[in-house]
Design a protein around this ligand. Structure first.
Ligand SMILES: [Zn+2]
Length: 75
């Protein structure tokens, strides 16, 4: 399994959050967007906010992108 997700135009954080909030299905993220959300997620968790949908989108990306999964597990 070495499938990678093709980099598309990265969306700004506010747009990602809006799409995640509206979406019923996990959002398709680019690799850069995935890490932006991971950074944001860490801040939200610290504040005690609900991050279920954000984490679902991140986990969805990690399930289809071995590159990001490897980056995370190597940290
Ligand atoms: Zn990725």
């Amino acid at each position: 399994m070495s499938k990678t997700v093709e980099a598309e135009t990265n969306r700004p954080l506010w747009e990602l959050l809006m799409l995640i909030q509206e979406g019923k299905e996990p959002l398709e993220l680019t690799c850069e967007e995935c890490f932006i959300l991971l950074d944001y997620d860490t801040d939200l968790v610290r504040m005690g906010a609900m991050t279920d949908k954000i984490q679902a989108a991140i986990h969805h990306h990690l399930s289809i992108c071995s590159v990001c999964l490897r980056k995370l597990t190597e940290q």
